[in-house]
Design a binder for this molecule. Structure first.
Ligand code: BDP
Length: 715
């Protein structure tokens, strides 16, 4: 009896240890289950030697030894002697053998973050080398090698040289000091401000490991709708404690600066950027911040946008505001990321146009350490948006990309939507700014206009949920963001493939179908939410679910009716010369493509054109028929995805299998909700029937219009 309960207890303990709650993300390092591959790996890496002892290198070492021990199921020792099977990790300058085996020229283009992984032969000894100019590169190289092994790639004959295309690769946390997260769907903020700096949650280290593993080198800790208190001594001590953890993973800390802080914190009468006292206040504040965090990255600023204070309160320009802050951090090597997400309720003009109209005239007027941070599209992180017309329009100013990883407009944390195709669609868009091939990616990496400053930011989807991101598959969006920030030319399929293998399983019977539905998931979501170029038709303020009927916000451009403009004569926003003429902000090649009805892709139709309900698309369907077809196809695709998942039970741990299954059931219901609500509403204008054969909506329009969500997350 006693023995049985003991065994049961042990079994339970064992189960708990193995429980896949998603906490380990893509860094699981479970034993390689293929024996011949295991042997190959074991013979390729028999010992390691890591030369140096900086904090970054010590973390690289720890990760490498933990990873190898897990994957190879044997203890790998760290030995100084070089033998066959040694994995040597050292900077070029720090190891004689590396200098004798690698040509220094090969490191010329690597900067301080790039690395080389190479199989070499030295005095008949076959070894593996990870080298770089700097320890940061070694850390990234170690993670890369572990990724190769986790994804079961051959490592016998490696020759890899890689460096990041973009300099600043940042997460933006929209986290508030009270631990709520604006547009956060994965619990509370992971920053436990109350217990900082005394208590360092181990999560901070795991957060840093995860980011370093995908090349993210900076984090903005606080919400763009900023609280000045973060700049107080009390909070700077807490920030410093986080920075100390992150520094050893080559991650810099940045903060959002509330423009009115000199008034709120400093007791000044004004925050006018041209006022010497205000300038002085920021200089002293910057010096104070650097006394706590010597490698502080700089400020991210949302100014004169959605009620935030800014230089325009004092009749100054965005450049005046940005430059003042830039001067304050410049002596310490900091940067200012000034957001271009501005639109004003006083202006009657199309919201699409406002950021361009305000910022383009300021091109060339910013200090060298300012980068203007532009959202991927001109409105706001919609399921599909055309690229922002500012990309390519400000050659004298570095422009940083802002993507949203958290799914504010893409189904929160209940919808499985893999975002790499969305990110790629934007990065690969051709702006034609300097002729054909001037892609958004080339503007952002600074290569087109020779900017030494470059950056990319992703609004984080991380919270204190045990699996970090709420939906197990939402982790893939954090992962994809990092991988694309390092190499924007990577393929969305490759990234999905890597992520699935590391996060779930290497079994092709699992990898292939999952990869397939991940890759289709964004397009499917567009179909059941906003097909044919519809945009911003979700519930006001919380943005949960459809509400195309809403027309009562304080501002017209917060209302869905502003964007779809449906009535009995037609649907869509005319942004051509006969409408708002927003298209004039693009270079002619882009403009012409969108402006001409026959060449405007269906995907963007209602972004740029207003058409009658009977307008025929190239498929021969009318707009109404195409809308119906897309909404129904989107729901069907979710159902197919559910079926696929149901067939994969044997390849997944029970915890994650069931979690995903339940979330997919919610996604199906939400997709049906979107489809029914939107079609019933638009039908009141099209006055056309649903084409034959479609399942009829199971609720009335009135039912959908009466749904209320006072406690929707993320507000
Ligand atoms: C919108 C969000 C809002 C953000 C704003 C921004 O709804 O919560 O504060 O963007 O980016 O997407 O500043």
């Amino acid at each position: 009896m006693k023995r049985t309960s003991c065994t049961l207890l042990l079994l339970l303990l064992f189960h708990c240890l193995l429980a896949e709650d998603g906490y380990r993300l893509w860094l699981r390092y479970d034993k390689i289950d293929n024996n011949s591959l295991l042997q190959q790996y074991q013979s390729a890496i028999r010992s390691v030697h890591i030369a140096g002892n900086s904090p970054v290198l010590m973390n690289a070492r720890k990760e490498l030894l933990t990873g190898l021990q897990g994957l190879l199921d044997t203890r790998i020792s760290d030995k100084t002697s070089l033998e066959t099977g040694t994995l040597l990790v050292a900077t070029y300058n720090n190891h004689e053998t590396i200098r004798s085996l690698i040509d220094q020229k090969d490191l010329n283009t690597l900067g301080n973050e790039g690395f080389i992984i190479r199989t070499v032969n030295s005095q008949q000894k076959k070894m593996l080398i990870i080298t770089a100019n700097d320890d940061a590169g070694l850390l990234y190289g170690v993670f890369h090698l572990l990724r190769l092994m986790q994804t079961r790639q051959p490592i016998q004959q490696l020759s890899i040289t890689t460096a990041p295309a973009i300099q600043h690769r940042l997460l933006n946390h929209w986290d508030n000091l009270n631990r709520t997260v604006e547009r956060g769907y994965a619990g509370s903020s992971i920053w436990d401000w109350h217990r900082l700096p005394g208590y360092l949650d181990p999560r901070y280290t795991d957060y840093a490991r995860a980011n370093a593993s995908i090349g993210i080198n900076g984090t903005v800790l606080t919400n763009v709708n900023a609280n000045a208190r973060i700049l107080s001594k009390e909070y700077l001590e807490k920030v410093a404690a986080l920075a100390n953890v992150f520094r050893a993973y080559h991650i810099k800390v940045y903060l959002t600066a509330r423009f009115s802080a000199p008034v709120e914190l400093g007791g000044l009468k004004t925050a006018d950027p041209l006022d010497p006292q205000v300038q002085d206040w920021w200089k002293k504040k910057a010096a104070e911040i650097y006394s706590y965090v010597p490698d502080f990255g700089g400020f991210l600023v949302k100014a004169n946008s959605e009620g935030q204070p800014g230089p325009q309160n004092y009749n100054r320009t965005h450049a005046d505001g940005a430059n003042m802050l830039a001067d304050a951090v410049a002596p310490h090597g900091g940067i200012v990321m000034w957001r271009a997400f501005v639109y004003s309720s006083e202006k009657p003009d199309d919201r699409f146009k406002q950021a361009y109209d305000e910022f383009k005239p300021l091109d060339g007027k910013f200090r060298k350490n300012v980068v203007v941070q532009v959202k991927n599209g001109p409105i706001d992180f919609q399921p599909r948006e055309p690229f922002h017309p500012l990309f390519g329009a400000m050659p004298a100013t570095p422009l940083m990309m802002e993507f949203q990883i958290t799914q504010e407009y893409l189904g929160f944390a209940t919808n499985l939507v893999y975002l790499a195709p969305l990110f790629k669609e934007c990065l690969d868009s051709d702006t034609y700014a300097k002729g054909k091939g001037t892609t958004v990616a080339k503007i952002v990496n600074g290569s087109i206009d020779n900017h030494s400053l470059s950056g990319i930011a992703g609004v984080s989807n991380i919270g204190n949920d045990i699996n970090w991101c709420g939906h197990p598959f939402a982790q893939s969006n954090w992962y994809a963001f990092g991988r694309l920030a390092w190499t924007p030319s990577l393929d969305a399929a490759q990234i999905a493939n890597e992520w699935i293998r590391q996060t779930f399983s290497n079994n092709p019977s699992f990898v292939n179908p999952v990869q397939e539905f991940m890759l289709a998931s964004r397009e499917n979501t567009v179909q059941y939410m906003t097909p044919l170029g519809l945009h911003h038709i979700m519930g006001n303020s919380h943005h949960y679910g459809p509400a195309p009927w809403t027309n009562h916000a304080q501002r017209a451009d917060w209302d869905p009716v502003y964007y779809h403009k449906a009535d009995t004569t037609g649907i869509g926003f005319n942004r051509t010369t006969t409408g708002s003429n927003a298209l004039a902000q693009y270079f002619p090649e882009v403009r012409r493509q969108y402006e001409t009805l026959s060449s405007c892709p269906d995907d963007y139709l209602l972004w740029f054109h207003r058409v009658p309900w009977s307008y025929r698309l190239s498929s021969g369907k009318t707009v109404w028929q195409a809308l119906c077809a897309q909404y129904y196809a989107g729901v069907d695709a979710v159902r197919r995805m559910q079926q696929t998942w149901n067939g994969l039970e044997t390849y997944v741990d029970a915890e994650r299998y069931n979690q995903v299954k339940q979330l997919m059931a919610m996604q199906e219901q939400e997709a049906v909700w979107w489809r029914n609500a939107c079609l019933l509403y638009f039908q009141t204008y099209s006055r056309m029937p649903l084409p034959d054969g479609y399942e009829p909506p199971n609720q009335t329009l009135e039912y959908y219009m009466n749904l209320r969500f006072p406690f929707a997350p993320g507000i």
